[in-house]
Design a protein around this ligand. Structure first.
Ligand SMILES: Cc1cc2nc3c(=O)[nH]c(=O)nc-3n(C[C@H](O)[C@H](O)[C@H](O)COP(=O)(O)O)c2cc1C
Length: 272
């Protein structure tokens, strides 16, 4: 455990310096990491537990004095009212003392585009100054981007060296997405494929439009969204696309992967 934490901190320090991981001297104090997450229907919990297994960090769920129902419509109703009234739902005290931790993996479902309201309560009540915060989220379709912007505003004293978002329908791809971040941070052995930048946006070809339409057809809330422009990059798995889509006059970035072979294209995130 101690060794893992030391590796963790060595890795994060190393990321900042963009050099190769090195062993930390035994005189340096042991640093600790915590996976702190909120989850109602246990999707985010699966990511939290995976990170915990891979890093050996401590883990704790953010819990409410009055837990949410697990019935979807009831969560929507209550959370919608809390959001509209800027009500911060009361949390049970954390068991962990955050002062003991330097690295916090902070997990949440995306609600209304950003972190769920109980995380807002947490951020308002806990001092994250000087911490390294690695956000992770699950969602139906939205990407993590908006919540990262909100986090940076809410906890300006924290560093956010990396993050990972996973759609709940793509949980089979979650381990690879998390591993990539842990390897990037120097917290896991392995080598990541270096990904090229997307090519410049241009009008989509008929084939690209068909890929866009096929990928979004799996998600009814994307109905009526049209591909406006696209950039792409080749990877060892196939082709990644960054489309600009438009629906009802609003534009969004839609990230789509078309793997080699006879695999249906799928979208990994929509950033509005
Ligand atoms: C109140 C509420 C709001 C949501 N808002 C969004 C959203 O804005 N974008 C999105 O992609 N998914 C949204 N979702 C879907 C959740 O982010 C998704 O189901 C998530 O994986 C649930 O995580 P959990 O199982 O850990 O609770 C919402 C779900 C609820 C209940």
């Amino acid at each position: 455990m101690k060794k893992l934490f030391m590796m963790l901190m060595a890795g994060l320090f190393i990321t900042a310096c963009t050099s190769k991981p090195q062993a930390q001297s035994s005189e340096e104090p042991t640093k600790k990491a915590l996976v702190l997450y909120f989850s109602v229907t246990n999707t985010t919990k699966q990511v939290a537990e995976y990170i915990q297994q891979k890093t050996g960090a401590d883990i704790e769920a953010i819990q409410l004095k009055e837990p949410y129902s697990t019935v979807y419509d009831e969560i929507i109703k209550r959370s919608g009212e809390e959001r509209a009234g800027n009500v911060l739902p009361e949390l049970l005290p954390l068991k962990a003392n955050l002062a003991d931790y330097d690295v916090i993996f902070l997990g949440y479902p995306l609600w209304f585009g950003t972190y769920a309201q109980p995380v807002k309560t947490l951020l308002a009540n806990v001092d994250f100054k000087g911490k390294k915060v690695v956000p992770f989220c699950t969602s139906g379709s939205s990407g993590i981007k908006q919540s990262l912007g909100d986090l940076k505003k809410a906890i300006p004293g924290a560093q956010i060296p990396a993050s990972v978002g996973v759609r709940s329908s793509l949980m089979d791809k979650m381990p690879a997405a998390v591993d990539r971040v842990l390897i990037d941070l120097g917290l896991m052995e392995g080598k990541n494929e270096v990904l090229a930048d997307y090519s410049a946006q241009q009008a989509p070809s008929a084939e690209e439009t068909a890929i866009f339409d096929a990928a979004i057809s799996t998600y009814p809330m994307m109905n009526g969204t049209k591909a406006v422009s696209v950039g792409s990059r080749k990877t060892s798995k196939g082709t990644d696309y960054k489309f600009v889509g438009e629906a009802n006059g609003a534009k969004m970035d839609v990230y789509i992967t078309k793997e080699n072979g006879d695999v249906a294209p799928y979208f990994t995130a929509v950033d509005r």
